[in-house]
Design a protein around this ligand. Structure first.
Ligand code: 26W
Length: 810
């Protein structure tokens, strides 16, 4: 049905009419979207079955990527692209008189993630399937994804994201594969012939229902699965229980409390909430996931589970699913009769852990009592893991109490999830070289001393299929014209573009493509905000979660400073610039929300000041998400990656921008360091303190924000404007920002890096004036972006960590 335009059109109309009992001329965009969705599902179902069958028969090792977040975005276009029918469908729909873009826009983003970590998981799934690796995602089917952001009078307001309103076309509910997860109760211990057995009693059972989403490989037959779990009450048991109590309302309360487990995604990124419900979510994911994997394993292999690690790797995406370690131990010992030693051997060869942040406020710790109450047996196991680990440490470091206390899994009444994950895994990796080095030399130094062999680096990546082929099709075509199409399968081949870097014609073509993308974005911006922007201005973009360490504030301070200069001299010779922001703040993150308000307040004044001759504009795009990113990134000239050095583990937005020919303005932080190494000094704008300098300032002091303020006139002017109501705000509106900076001694070195950032911005301005040289730099960036394809990252995980190999489906 997708082999040519005519057969597609015929099948489309037939499917639509059958599905909705509606003629084409009377239909709606949402029905067209659903029709396409169901056609794709039908098309991939055969390969999905084949893939499942193959994996069930084949003895190749498989990986399960456990993550509390999968930020999938939309799937319609990626699926069309991956099955090779994007063009046929686009043209076919047009010939039917339908608006393709409008149909694509009907799909609600699956926003089951906060930011970097969740989007990385989504890119990984695409790279696994596209390279025919047997690898699956395991997550939670939250009823509400990350909140929808509205900006009202400059402030962020959160609305619930009910993404399932219109049935999700990509999922299949598999109630026959449901499992039970048990919470609460107590553990009875019996002794039989000197062997202890553990019986969990009086627990509350929760039914975990899997919903599978097909993950379609690019140009191959592989269709892997993302399995998302949903919590439901165990109706039979509870019926009886509640019928006895003769209390229907009690049943409804019980039902609601169970369903709350998969109700919503916690909107905090880099800050732990410590809520019981969040811990419940974590155990729910882990227990349901492992049970279903073991079930499948037992159907397939008659041998015992003591070779589980030869057939399966379980990946722990940050510490959120770290309960994999005690849960696997529980199943192996209590259900399968393994001894502690046997179970430990298998578990620690099966689990692998990735760390995604060194921010101390994001390190998960759970109170002992909470774990004990929710999962009494799991707590016993964690306690035993801790006991045994501390005993080993005592032998290695006799008498070194403080070192052992620092390493312990349980201390000060809390379970430290990172310690549990490190001790229980065979691999621990960071997500960029600098990040891994900091883990080894600082944050996890003591662990590195104990287990040097576990530590390794896997620099993040992004799927070039979504972020270049699909998001920027004109650029992709132009690249193919220049170097052929092999780069699509092997993105490292993009380096051949370096030969075209100084080619005037290629530069001009890139310029036109960028200009078209900028025009499209300008239209989107006009529709959303009513602000007209100059398509010839530099599009300077910072889109990412709002966090103090990402330093959106540095960006705004520079804009305020530039505006001050323009007011002094409206004829100031600068290239017109459009500063574009997109960022969600965690709902409880007061300081981050103030920064959003500040950006919008500055925008309002700057955009409406006729005296500055439209030289600068400031845009805040509300509700930044994956779909919006796909429109913004191809249109960017400058990519702002300005975190305080040492704080951003990797960043992945930096890679998306580079791949679309934007130049990075950034600190030597996270993967910026590697981008810099690849493109060289001339093709990136680096500024600011190094991570070494930052870490030394933290350790030894020697910085005074107050002094900076007193001695630097430009900084003083900008900060004072926060208090003076200069931007038409009340004088109290931004006082907290002012005091946060000065009284907390500018924790993220915004003032310290201000001058160097301003200089770098001037270099950007100068560089942009030389058109040929600018596009030469842009081409060099695109040429080196192949290294940051998640295909490369996934091959490294496959080879160095998981030990999995491609499986051909035919
Ligand atoms: C418990 C609350 C919470 C939620 C999410 C704490 C921490 C997180 C994540 C670890 C935050 C996150 O998304 N980290 C980002 O991971 C990306 C993928 O590796 C990196 O590129 C980013 O630098 C890192 O901030």
């Amino acid at each position: 049905m997708f082999t040519n335009k005519e057969s597609f059109k015929k099948a489309f109309v037939e499917t639509l009419e059958k599905k909705f009992s509606n003629r084409l001329e009377d239909t709606s965009p949402i029905n067209c979207y659903k029709t396409l969705g169901s056609m794709i599902c039908t098309h991939v179902s055969n390969n999905w079955i084949k893939t499942r069958k193959k994996y069930q028969q084949d003895e190749e090792k498989q990986v399960y990527y456990f993550s509390m977040e999968f930020l999938m975005g939309r799937l319609l276009e990626t699926n069309l692209l991956n099955i090779g029918t994007l063009e046929i469908v686009q043209e076919g729909l047009q010939e039917l008189g339908l608006d393709y873009e409008q149909i694509v826009d009907q799909e609600h983003d699956a926003g089951l993630g906060n930011g970097g970590l969740g989007r990385l998981a989504a890119c990984f799934l695409d790279s696994l399937a596209s390279q025919q690796f047997p690898g699956h995602g395991c997550g939670i089917r939250y009823k509400y994804g990350l909140f929808e952001q509205k900006i009202i009078e400059g402030n962020q307001v959160e609305l619930p994201d009910y993404w399932l309103k219109e049935d999700y076309v990509w999922e299949v509910r598999r109630s026959n594969e449901a499992v039970q997860v048990r919470f609460g109760g107590h553990v009875d211990i019996h002794e039989n012939d000197g062997k202890l057995t553990f019986h969990h009693k009086n627990y509350e059972p929760v039914l975990a229902i899997p919903y599978d989403v097909p993950i379609v490989g690019f140009n191959n037959q592989t269709v892997n699965s993302l399995r998302l779990w949903s919590a439901e009450p165990v109706v039979n048991d509870s019926n009886i229980q509640f019928a006895n109590l003769n209390n229907y309302y009690k049943f409804l309360d019980y039902k609601r409390s169970i369903e709350s487990i998969s109700e919503f995604l916690y909107p905090d990124d880099s800050h732990i909430e410590g809520k019981k419900l969040r811990l419940k979510q974590q155990y729910f994911l882990v227990s349901a996931g492992i049970q279903s994997i073991i079930k499948r394993y037992k159907e397939k292999y008659s041998t015992s589970l003591n070779r589980l690690h030869e057939k399966i790797s379980l990946h722990i995406n940050d510490t959120h699913p770290a309960l994999i370690v005690p849960e696997l131990m529980r199943i192996l010992m209590d259900d399968e009769g393994f001894s502690w030693e046997e179970a430990w051997e298998v578990t620690t060869k099966t689990a692998a852990y990735t760390n995604h942040t060194t921010l101390s406020e994001a390190l998960e710790k759970w109170p002992i009592e909470m774990i004990q109450e929710l999962m009494p047996r799991i707590f016993m196991i964690i306690d035993e893991i801790n006991e045994r680990f501390c005993r080993e440490l005592w032998e290695k470091y006799p008498g070194e109490f403080s070192r052992i206390e620092e390493l312990a899994v349980i201390a000060h009444g809390q379970v430290r999830m990172a310690h549990l994950a490190i001790v229980g895994s065979f691999s621990v990796n960071g997500v960029a070289q600098l990040h891994t080095d900091i883990l080894k030399s600082r944050e996890m130094k003591h662990f590195y001393d104990v287990f040097p062999e576990k530590f390794n680096n896997k620099t993040n990546g992004i799927t070039h299929r979504r972020w270049l082929l699909k998001a920027n099709p004109n650029l992709a075509d132009r690249i193919t014209d220049a170097i052929g199409n092999r780069w699509i399968d092997e993105p490292s081949i993009l380096t051949r573009l370096t030969e075209f870097a100084s080619d005037r014609e290629f530069q001009q073509q890139l310029k036109h493509i960028k200009y078209e993308n900028k025009r499209n974005l300008a239209n989107v911006i006009y529709k959303k905000t009513g602000v007209k922007i100059d398509e010839h201005s530099i599009f300077d973009v910072q889109v990412k979660r709002l966090h103090a360490y990402k330093r959106q504030l540095l960006n705004v301070f520079h804009i305020m400073h530039l505006y001050n200069r323009l007011r002094e001299n409206p004829h100031l010779d600068i290239v017109p610039r459009t500063f574009i922001f997109g960022a969600k703040a965690a709902p409880s993150y007061y300081f981050a929300k103030k920064i959003i308000k500040l950006i919008n307040t500055v925008a309002n004044v700057v955009n409406n000041d006729p005296t500055i001759n439209n030289k600068i504009k400031v845009i805040f795009l509300e509700n930044y998400n994956v779909s919006l990113a796909e429109k913004i990134i191809p249109a960017a000239d400058v990519s702002e990656q300005i975190s305080t050095a040492s704080k951003e583990a990797s960043g992945t937005g930096n890679m998306k921008f580079m791949m679309n020919g934007a130049l990075t303005l950034g600190t030597l932080d996270g993967a910026n360091v590697e981008i810099h190494e690849h493109v060289g000094d001339d093709n990136i704008f680096i500024f600011g303190l190094s991570s070494e300098e930052v870490l030394n300032l933290y350790s030894y002091g020697g910085y005074s924000a107050r002094q900076m303020y007193n001695c630097n006139e430009r900084i003083k002017t900008v900060l004072d404007q926060l208090l003076e109501g200069f931007f038409g705000h009340t004088d109290v509106e931004f006082k907290d920002i002012y005091y946060q900076i000065l009284q907390n001694n500018d924790e993220y070195f915004v003032l310290k890096d201000f001058d160097s950032y301003t200089k770098a911005q001037e270099h950007v301005d100068l560089a942009y004036r030389n058109e040929n040289s600018w596009y030469e730099k842009a081409i060099i960036n695109i040429a080196h972006s192949g290294n940051f394809s998640s295909d490369r990252t996934i091959r490294e995980y496959a080879e160095d960590i998981w030990g999995i190999h491609p499986v051909k489906i035919d």
